[in-house]
Ligand binder design. Sequence first.
Ligand code: SF4
Length: 235
Amino acid sequence: MAQTAQPAGRSSGKPGRDCSRCPRLVDFRNTWRGREPQWFNAPVASFGPIDASLLIVGLAPGLRGANRTGRPFTGDYAGDLLYATLLQFGLARGSYRADPQDGLELIDCRITNAVRCVPPENKPTPQEINTCRDFLVATIKEMPRLRAVVALGRIAHDTVVVASGGRRSEFPFGHGKRHALGALTLVDSYHCSRYNTNTGVLTPQMFHAAIGEARNAAQGAGAVTPRAQAVTRTT
Ligand code: SF4
């Protein structure tokens, strides 16, 4: 399915802590290692079981979120909606407290990012997205039961399409759209960022629908039935 070459010298979807493939991001990372030595400040690994049937792909670590804590979507606003939704759908167990030590477990679900290092202003360049795609390809390949992917935003969508051997022109992004990418089902959602939720571009209901659609595609389940209707922020 995936056509892109594996990362040079690696066979896993986990870049090394000092991955040097994107000079601009290395400089940014080193700047923050100096400013905030207690922060994670490294490529953020995927979170969740490797044998999950569902993969959620975000854009990149947030500076004070995953780049600080070392776990995807942990510590910034986007994680509040994402993890609350996963808990409601039974895709996570425990409680989310914006801390990698909170004991939260993902169930049949894994989370990763299109770009593993924090980019300045949350904007990776096209070259950085292309470069880090090798790790996304490896991540997809290393998941033996993967059946569905949720792409959070257009950049994540595009890189998942390419990582899966598809052509972007044949699979345009659209919130709530479902695409057949070979053996994989790709479901699109607007990114669950503070900006998108504050402006009403993405409502909790819209996000629930997208995650529920993907969960059904991954698990072959019937009706979408979140455990609770209301989204409760935990931080
Ligand atoms: S963004 Fe990806 S490829 Fe680039 S330096 Fe970080 S881990 Fe390496």
